[in-house]
Design a protein around this ligand. Structure first.
Ligand code: AMP
Ligand code: MG
Length: 349
Protein backbone atom coordinates (compact mmCIF):
# COMPACT_ATOMS: atom_id res chain seq x y z
CA UNK A 1 0.00 0.00 0.00
CA UNK A 2 1.41 3.36 -0.90
CA UNK A 3 0.60 6.99 -0.25
CA UNK A 4 2.58 9.51 -2.18
CA UNK A 5 3.09 13.02 -0.96
CA UNK A 6 4.79 15.10 -3.59
CA UNK A 7 6.30 18.38 -2.65
CA UNK A 8 8.19 20.30 -5.27
CA UNK A 9 11.24 22.02 -3.84
CA UNK A 10 14.33 23.18 -5.67
CA UNK A 11 14.67 19.49 -5.19
CA UNK A 12 11.53 17.45 -5.01
CA UNK A 13 11.00 15.76 -1.69
CA UNK A 14 8.92 12.66 -2.08
CA UNK A 15 7.28 11.39 1.04
CA UNK A 16 5.77 7.94 0.97
CA UNK A 17 3.80 6.98 4.04
CA UNK A 18 2.92 3.33 4.21
CA UNK A 19 3.07 0.41 6.52
CA UNK A 20 6.26 -1.53 6.06
CA UNK A 21 8.25 -4.28 7.62
CA UNK A 22 11.89 -3.23 7.80
CA UNK A 23 14.86 -5.48 8.08
CA UNK A 24 17.33 -4.20 10.68
CA UNK A 25 14.38 -3.03 12.81
CA UNK A 26 12.82 -4.84 15.80
CA UNK A 27 10.27 -7.53 14.88
CA UNK A 28 6.78 -6.35 14.01
CA UNK A 29 4.10 -6.69 16.69
CA UNK A 30 1.45 -9.39 16.10
CA UNK A 31 -1.54 -8.29 14.00
CA UNK A 32 -4.59 -7.40 16.10
CA UNK A 33 -8.31 -7.57 15.24
CA UNK A 34 -9.51 -7.63 11.65
CA UNK A 35 -9.12 -3.98 10.76
CA UNK A 36 -9.40 -2.82 7.19
CA UNK A 37 -7.50 0.09 5.64
CA UNK A 38 -9.52 3.06 4.38
CA UNK A 39 -8.38 6.24 2.73
CA UNK A 40 -10.17 9.60 2.40
CA UNK A 41 -9.28 12.92 0.81
CA UNK A 42 -10.87 16.36 1.01
CA UNK A 43 -9.77 19.90 0.11
CA UNK A 44 -9.19 22.12 3.15
CA UNK A 45 -6.95 25.09 4.01
CA UNK A 46 -5.97 25.55 0.38
CA UNK A 47 -4.58 22.05 0.09
CA UNK A 48 -5.67 18.42 -0.01
CA UNK A 49 -6.05 16.69 3.36
CA UNK A 50 -5.64 12.92 3.28
CA UNK A 51 -6.65 10.50 6.00
CA UNK A 52 -5.58 6.85 6.15
CA UNK A 53 -7.11 4.80 8.93
CA UNK A 54 -7.77 1.21 9.94
CA UNK A 55 -11.34 0.47 11.03
CA UNK A 56 -13.57 -2.53 11.70
CA UNK A 57 -16.31 -1.37 9.29
CA UNK A 58 -16.73 1.05 6.39
CA UNK A 59 -19.38 3.02 8.27
CA UNK A 60 -17.09 3.48 11.30
CA UNK A 61 -14.35 4.67 8.94
CA UNK A 62 -16.62 7.10 7.08
CA UNK A 63 -18.15 8.57 10.23
CA UNK A 64 -14.75 9.14 11.79
CA UNK A 65 -13.22 10.66 8.65
CA UNK A 66 -16.19 13.03 8.29
CA UNK A 67 -15.77 14.16 11.91
CA UNK A 68 -12.03 14.67 11.42
CA UNK A 69 -12.55 16.76 8.26
CA UNK A 70 -15.25 18.77 10.06
CA UNK A 71 -12.70 19.61 12.75
CA UNK A 72 -10.26 20.84 10.09
CA UNK A 73 -12.99 23.03 8.58
CA UNK A 74 -13.79 24.41 12.04
CA UNK A 75 -10.14 25.32 12.60
CA UNK A 76 -9.97 26.97 9.19
CA UNK A 77 -12.84 29.25 10.21
CA UNK A 78 -10.65 30.40 13.10
CA UNK A 79 -7.19 30.61 11.50
CA UNK A 80 -7.77 31.47 7.84
CA UNK A 81 -6.49 34.75 6.49
CA UNK A 82 -8.35 34.21 3.23
CA UNK A 83 -11.76 34.23 4.95
CA UNK A 84 -12.69 37.82 5.88
CA UNK A 85 -14.91 36.54 8.71
CA UNK A 86 -12.40 34.22 10.36
CA UNK A 87 -11.45 34.95 13.96
CA UNK A 88 -7.94 35.93 12.89
CA UNK A 89 -9.28 38.42 10.34
CA UNK A 90 -11.68 39.91 12.89
CA UNK A 91 -8.73 40.48 15.22
CA UNK A 92 -7.17 42.74 12.61
CA UNK A 93 -10.05 45.16 13.02
CA UNK A 94 -9.32 45.65 16.73
CA UNK A 95 -7.34 48.71 17.83
CA UNK A 96 -3.82 48.14 19.21
CA UNK A 97 -3.30 47.80 22.95
CA UNK A 98 -6.74 46.36 23.75
CA UNK A 99 -7.06 42.92 25.37
CA UNK A 100 -9.33 40.75 23.21
CA UNK A 101 -10.90 37.43 24.27
CA UNK A 102 -10.14 34.64 21.79
CA UNK A 103 -11.21 31.04 21.22
CA UNK A 104 -9.51 28.23 23.11
CA UNK A 105 -7.96 26.94 19.87
CA UNK A 106 -6.52 30.30 18.88
CA UNK A 107 -5.10 30.84 22.35
CA UNK A 108 -3.61 27.33 22.42
CA UNK A 109 -1.93 27.81 19.05
CA UNK A 110 -0.67 31.26 20.02
CA UNK A 111 0.90 29.87 23.20
CA UNK A 112 2.68 27.19 21.21
CA UNK A 113 3.70 29.69 18.53
CA UNK A 114 5.14 32.08 21.10
CA UNK A 115 7.20 29.26 22.65
CA UNK A 116 8.58 28.47 19.23
CA UNK A 117 9.27 32.15 18.52
CA UNK A 118 11.30 32.37 21.73
CA UNK A 119 13.17 29.11 21.03
CA UNK A 120 14.00 30.18 17.48
CA UNK A 121 14.91 33.77 18.37
CA UNK A 122 12.00 34.99 16.24
CA UNK A 123 12.91 32.97 13.11
CA UNK A 124 9.40 31.53 13.44
CA UNK A 125 6.96 34.28 14.31
CA UNK A 126 3.19 34.29 13.74
CA UNK A 127 3.08 38.07 14.21
CA UNK A 128 4.89 38.45 10.87
CA UNK A 129 1.48 38.92 9.22
CA UNK A 130 2.26 42.41 7.82
CA UNK A 131 5.58 41.15 6.38
CA UNK A 132 3.95 38.01 4.92
CA UNK A 133 1.20 40.15 3.33
CA UNK A 134 3.71 42.58 1.85
CA UNK A 135 5.76 39.69 0.55
CA UNK A 136 2.73 37.95 -0.96
CA UNK A 137 2.01 41.14 -2.89
CA UNK A 138 5.64 41.33 -4.05
CA UNK A 139 5.46 37.75 -5.33
CA UNK A 140 2.24 38.57 -7.16
CA UNK A 141 3.47 41.79 -8.79
CA UNK A 142 7.12 40.68 -9.18
CA UNK A 143 8.14 43.97 -7.56
CA UNK A 144 10.29 44.10 -4.44
CA UNK A 145 8.82 46.20 -1.63
CA UNK A 146 10.60 49.46 -0.88
CA UNK A 147 12.81 49.85 2.20
CA UNK A 148 10.14 52.10 3.76
CA UNK A 149 7.42 49.50 3.18
CA UNK A 150 9.56 46.76 4.69
CA UNK A 151 10.43 48.90 7.70
CA UNK A 152 6.75 49.69 8.28
CA UNK A 153 5.82 46.00 8.09
CA UNK A 154 8.61 45.15 10.54
CA UNK A 155 7.39 47.82 12.98
CA UNK A 156 3.96 46.15 12.94
CA UNK A 157 5.48 42.71 13.58
CA UNK A 158 7.37 40.97 16.37
CA UNK A 159 6.45 38.31 18.87
CA UNK A 160 7.59 40.52 21.76
CA UNK A 161 4.73 42.89 20.89
CA UNK A 162 2.12 40.22 21.60
CA UNK A 163 0.82 39.67 25.15
CA UNK A 164 -1.09 36.57 26.21
CA UNK A 165 -3.19 36.41 29.36
CA UNK A 166 -3.96 32.73 30.09
CA UNK A 167 -6.23 33.48 33.08
CA UNK A 168 -8.58 35.63 31.01
CA UNK A 169 -7.75 33.91 27.69
CA UNK A 170 -7.14 37.28 26.08
CA UNK A 171 -4.48 38.55 23.75
CA UNK A 172 -3.17 42.07 23.24
CA UNK A 173 -1.47 43.23 20.04
CA UNK A 174 0.67 46.12 21.22
CA UNK A 175 1.68 47.80 17.95
CA UNK A 176 -0.72 49.39 15.45
CA UNK A 177 -1.35 47.33 12.31
CA UNK A 178 -0.33 43.99 13.78
CA UNK A 179 -1.66 40.89 12.00
CA UNK A 180 -1.34 37.21 12.85
CA UNK A 181 -0.40 34.69 10.18
CA UNK A 182 -0.62 30.98 10.98
CA UNK A 183 0.49 29.78 7.52
CA UNK A 184 3.61 28.18 9.01
CA UNK A 185 1.86 26.10 11.66
CA UNK A 186 -1.91 25.81 11.06
CA UNK A 187 -1.81 22.75 8.81
CA UNK A 188 0.27 20.77 11.30
CA UNK A 189 -2.11 21.84 14.07
CA UNK A 190 -5.16 20.85 12.03
CA UNK A 191 -3.58 17.46 11.18
CA UNK A 192 -2.94 16.83 14.90
CA UNK A 193 -6.49 17.83 15.79
CA UNK A 194 -7.97 15.63 13.05
CA UNK A 195 -5.89 12.69 14.28
CA UNK A 196 -7.12 13.33 17.83
CA UNK A 197 -10.73 13.18 16.62
CA UNK A 198 -10.07 9.78 15.02
CA UNK A 199 -8.43 8.49 18.21
CA UNK A 200 -11.38 9.70 20.32
CA UNK A 201 -13.66 7.69 18.03
CA UNK A 202 -11.55 4.60 18.69
CA UNK A 203 -9.54 4.66 15.46
CA UNK A 204 -5.98 5.23 16.65
CA UNK A 205 -4.26 3.36 13.79
CA UNK A 206 -4.43 6.39 11.56
CA UNK A 207 -2.53 9.18 9.88
CA UNK A 208 -3.47 12.60 8.53
CA UNK A 209 -1.50 14.35 5.80
CA UNK A 210 -1.89 18.00 4.82
CA UNK A 211 0.48 18.66 1.95
CA UNK A 212 3.95 18.58 3.55
CA UNK A 213 2.68 18.02 7.09
CA UNK A 214 1.97 14.52 8.42
CA UNK A 215 0.43 13.57 11.76
CA UNK A 216 1.09 9.88 12.36
CA UNK A 217 -0.95 7.97 14.92
CA UNK A 218 -0.51 4.37 16.05
CA UNK A 219 1.23 2.15 13.51
CA UNK A 220 -0.90 0.14 11.08
CA UNK A 221 -1.99 -3.13 12.71
CA UNK A 222 0.86 -5.63 12.81
CA UNK A 223 3.43 -3.02 11.76
CA UNK A 224 6.11 -1.07 13.57
CA UNK A 225 5.26 2.20 11.94
CA UNK A 226 4.43 4.20 8.85
CA UNK A 227 7.22 4.43 6.34
CA UNK A 228 8.18 7.87 5.13
CA UNK A 229 10.77 8.19 2.39
CA UNK A 230 12.53 11.48 1.71
CA UNK A 231 14.16 11.65 -1.66
CA UNK A 232 16.17 14.55 -3.08
CA UNK A 233 14.76 15.24 -6.50
CA UNK A 234 17.26 15.28 -9.33
CA UNK A 235 19.69 13.15 -7.36
CA UNK A 236 18.40 9.62 -7.89
CA UNK A 237 21.85 8.26 -7.10
CA UNK A 238 21.47 9.38 -3.52
CA UNK A 239 19.95 6.99 -1.02
CA UNK A 240 16.57 8.27 0.17
CA UNK A 241 16.28 8.83 3.90
CA UNK A 242 13.82 6.25 5.22
CA UNK A 243 11.88 6.88 8.39
CA UNK A 244 9.65 4.35 10.11
CA UNK A 245 7.60 6.10 12.74
CA UNK A 246 4.39 6.16 14.76
CA UNK A 247 2.88 8.85 16.95
CA UNK A 248 5.01 11.66 15.58
CA UNK A 249 4.59 14.64 13.29
CA UNK A 250 6.69 15.04 10.14
CA UNK A 251 6.83 18.28 8.17
CA UNK A 252 8.73 19.54 5.17
CA UNK A 253 9.31 23.23 4.47
CA UNK A 254 11.53 25.35 2.36
CA UNK A 255 11.92 26.55 -1.16
CA UNK A 256 8.71 24.90 -2.27
CA UNK A 257 6.58 25.46 -5.33
CA UNK A 258 5.60 28.74 -3.69
CA UNK A 259 8.48 30.89 -4.85
CA UNK A 260 8.95 33.91 -7.06
CA UNK A 261 11.63 35.00 -9.47
CA UNK A 262 12.13 38.73 -9.02
CA UNK A 263 14.96 40.42 -10.90
CA UNK A 264 16.65 37.06 -11.54
CA UNK A 265 16.61 36.09 -7.83
CA UNK A 266 14.54 33.17 -6.62
CA UNK A 267 12.68 34.03 -3.42
CA UNK A 268 10.86 31.60 -1.14
CA UNK A 269 7.42 32.19 0.39
CA UNK A 270 9.09 31.91 3.81
CA UNK A 271 10.20 35.31 5.01
CA UNK A 272 13.30 36.22 6.94
CA UNK A 273 12.18 38.55 9.75
CA UNK A 274 15.55 40.30 9.62
CA UNK A 275 15.12 41.47 6.01
CA UNK A 276 11.34 41.29 5.54
CA UNK A 277 12.08 39.49 2.26
CA UNK A 278 11.65 35.89 1.16
CA UNK A 279 14.56 33.49 1.72
CA UNK A 280 16.92 33.35 -1.23
CA UNK A 281 19.18 30.39 -0.35
CA UNK A 282 17.71 27.13 -1.64
CA UNK A 283 16.87 25.00 1.36
CA UNK A 284 14.50 22.18 2.22
CA UNK A 285 13.98 21.02 5.78
CA UNK A 286 12.16 17.97 7.08
CA UNK A 287 11.48 17.87 10.82
CA UNK A 288 10.26 14.93 12.88
CA UNK A 289 8.81 15.92 16.25
CA UNK A 290 6.34 14.61 18.80
CA UNK A 291 3.42 16.31 17.08
CA UNK A 292 2.73 17.83 13.66
CA UNK A 293 2.05 21.26 15.20
CA UNK A 294 5.63 21.30 16.43
CA UNK A 295 7.17 19.74 13.31
CA UNK A 296 5.34 22.25 11.11
CA UNK A 297 6.50 25.28 13.09
CA UNK A 298 10.01 23.90 13.50
CA UNK A 299 10.37 23.16 9.77
CA UNK A 300 9.54 26.78 8.96
CA UNK A 301 11.87 28.03 11.71
CA UNK A 302 14.71 25.76 10.57
CA UNK A 303 14.34 26.96 6.98
CA UNK A 304 15.08 30.49 8.19
CA UNK A 305 17.84 29.38 10.57
CA UNK A 306 19.50 27.14 7.96
CA UNK A 307 20.82 30.27 6.27
CA UNK A 308 23.78 30.14 8.64
CA UNK A 309 22.90 29.79 12.29
CA UNK A 310 23.70 26.09 12.77
CA UNK A 311 23.96 26.29 16.56
CA UNK A 312 20.70 28.19 16.75
CA UNK A 313 19.07 25.58 14.51
CA UNK A 314 20.27 22.72 16.73
CA UNK A 315 19.23 24.61 19.87
CA UNK A 316 15.78 25.30 18.45
CA UNK A 317 15.15 21.57 17.91
CA UNK A 318 15.99 20.72 21.54
CA UNK A 319 16.51 17.06 22.41
CA UNK A 320 13.29 15.59 21.06
CA UNK A 321 13.10 16.69 17.44
CA UNK A 322 15.16 15.69 14.43
CA UNK A 323 15.74 17.83 11.33
CA UNK A 324 17.05 16.78 7.94
CA UNK A 325 18.34 19.83 6.14
CA UNK A 326 19.02 19.79 2.41
CA UNK A 327 20.81 22.78 0.92
CA UNK A 328 22.94 23.71 -1.99
CA UNK A 329 26.64 24.36 -1.37
CA UNK A 330 28.72 26.93 -3.26
CA UNK A 331 29.35 24.40 -6.07
CA UNK A 332 25.61 23.83 -6.49
CA UNK A 333 25.79 20.36 -4.91
CA UNK A 334 23.05 19.31 -2.55
CA UNK A 335 24.31 18.67 0.97
CA UNK A 336 22.30 16.77 3.53
CA UNK A 337 22.81 17.26 7.25
CA UNK A 338 20.84 16.08 10.23
CA UNK A 339 20.38 17.96 13.48
CA UNK A 340 18.76 17.18 16.85
CA UNK A 341 17.69 13.85 18.34
CA UNK A 342 15.06 11.28 17.48
CA UNK A 343 11.75 11.82 19.25
CA UNK A 344 10.16 8.72 20.85
CA UNK A 345 8.27 6.69 18.24
CA UNK A 346 10.78 7.29 15.47
CA UNK A 347 12.64 4.22 14.19
CA UNK A 348 15.43 4.83 11.74
CA UNK A 349 17.15 1.90 10.13
P1 AMP B 1 5.53 26.39 5.78
O1 AMP B 1 5.22 25.96 4.39
O2 AMP B 1 4.93 25.53 6.86
O3 AMP B 1 7.01 26.60 6.00
O4 AMP B 1 4.82 27.80 6.00
C1 AMP B 1 5.03 28.90 5.14
C2 AMP B 1 4.01 29.96 5.47
O5 AMP B 1 4.25 30.44 6.80
C3 AMP B 1 4.09 31.19 4.59
O6 AMP B 1 3.25 31.06 3.45
C4 AMP B 1 3.58 32.29 5.52
O7 AMP B 1 2.17 32.28 5.61
C5 AMP B 1 4.13 31.85 6.87
N1 AMP B 1 5.50 32.33 7.16
C6 AMP B 1 6.45 32.78 6.29
N2 AMP B 1 7.57 33.06 6.94
C7 AMP B 1 7.36 32.80 8.24
C8 AMP B 1 8.16 32.90 9.42
N3 AMP B 1 9.43 33.33 9.37
N4 AMP B 1 7.59 32.55 10.60
C9 AMP B 1 6.31 32.12 10.66
N5 AMP B 1 5.50 31.99 9.60
C10 AMP B 1 6.03 32.33 8.40
MG1 MG C 1 5.64 25.10 8.81
Amino acid sequence: MHLWFLRRCCWLLTLIATAVAQTRLPPEPPATAALVRYEFMAPHMGTLFRIVLFAPTASAAETAAAAAFARVAELNRIMSDYDANSEVMQLRRQPAGIAVAVSAELFDLLQRSQQLAEKSGGAFDVTLGPVVRLWREARRTRQLPTAAERAAAQRASGYTKLRLNPAARTITLLAPGMQLDFGGIAKGYAADEALAVLARLGLAHAMVAASGDLALGDAPPGKLGWKVEIEPFGHPSREPWIIVAANVGISTSGDTEQFADIGGVRYSHIVDPATALGLTKPVAVTVIAQQATLSDGLATACSVLAIGAREKLAGCLGDSARAIVLRQDQCGMIQRETFGSNPPGLHTP
